[in-house]
Design a protein around this ligand. Structure first.
Ligand code: AKB
Length: 319
């Protein structure tokens, strides 16, 4: 039996996390599940379970039979899509988490990972270097579900001893998987457009700074947090995690160092309002102190890596 289950394995983070878990623990040790089949051959080397994470009966059957050591529960509707479907976002984000926490309470899972987000912060939160215990003030249904989820995690830990761990991810940027439905997605799309030789129309303002992180750092942080002995984890809501903060015009400039003719136009849409409500940068001393978190990749290195990797992928697809 596999020891690890990733729920939401077809998503942007899911694909990358599964590949890293397979490398670390072996393909046979990882089961992957989603409501849609992951579009990645590497991920599909693991056993795939077709699973609707909101369906209590299927979830409890899979989790009771699986008796997993670790479950990474990533299924969620993100900020921009969530605003179009608030009730569906709430249902998916909350019901699925409660099914996993209940299964852990039954003793069917030893350790749970659940992602939170910078979306828990809002207009009343301080904008720069947001501390761990800053005011939470979410304005999106996604952010509200993440705030509630954080408190559910702490509740299950304190009441029932469930070992659930969480990170407040900033915007994640990677080249192996596509983002979907987020406000920070521009920071992936911009590299794809640049590589395709196209101009990019950005849905945020040129000067909208947001906290961001390169995917390899995010995956490493997740694996590191899940390896830490339980008694070292002092934050049972969710850890702030910082890496970099940049604006669309700063990414554009960094791309222009490699592709001087690259152009970006700005047409802010409804996602600008969401971005404006979020902080510009995050302080993460709790994660540093409790489990030694340290980001490795900053904007210039990320740009070089992203452009090279996307180009390689495009060439492989053509040949
Ligand atoms: C989104 O933009 O909704 C996500 C997030 C910051 O959690 N990438």
């Amino acid at each position: 039996m596999a020891k690890i289950l990733v729920i939401g394995a077809a998503g942007q983070l899911g694909i990358e996390l599964v590949l890293a878990l397979q490398t670390q623990y072996g393909v046979e040790e990882v089961d992957v599940s989603d409501i849609r089949v992951p579009n990645d051959e590497g991920v599909m080397r693991s056993r795939f379970l077709h699973l609707d994470a909101t369906d209590e009966d299927s979830m409890s059957t899979v989790l009771e039979e699986g008796r997993y050591h670790a479950v990474y529960h990533l299924a969620a509707m993100l900020s921009a899509t969530g605003e179009k479907n608030p009730i569906a976002a709430w249902d998916l984000n909350m019901q699925s988490l409660l099914h996993v926490l209940e299964a852990a309470k039954e003793g069917w899972i030893d350790r749970v990972f659940w992602p939170s987000s910078i979306a828990v912060f809002g207009p009343q939160t301080i904008k720069k270097s947001v501390p761990q215990d800053a005011l939470l003030d979410p304005t999106t249904v996604y952010g509200i579900s993440k705030q509630a989820g954080e408190y559910w995690c702490r509740y299950y830990h304190e009441k029932y001893g469930v070992d659930v761990r969480s990170i407040r991810y900033p915007g994640l940027i990677g080249h192996r998987s596509a983002p979907g439905g987020g406000t920070t997605d521009y920071a992936v799309e911009i590299y794809q457009a640049a590589n395709a030789g196209e101009a990019y129309t950005c849905f945020l303002r040129a000067d909208q700074a947001l906290p961001m992180m390169y995917m390899d750092d995010a995956v490493r942080a997740t694996l590191e947090l899940m390896r830490v002995p339980a008694n070292q984890i002092r934050v049972r809501t969710s850890y702030n995690l910082g890496a970099m903060s940049f604006t669309p015009s700063e990414v554009a400039k960094s791309i222009q160092q490699h592709l001087p003719n690259f152009q970006v136009h700005y047409q802010p849409d409804h996602r600008q309002g969401i971005a404006e409500s979020w902080p510009e940068s995050i302080e993460d001393t709790a994660a540093q102190a409790d489990w030694g978190w340290k980001p490795k990749v900053l904007l210039p290195e990320m740009t070089t890596t992203m452009l090279l990797a996307i180009e390689k992928k495009t060439q492989t697809a053509v040949h």
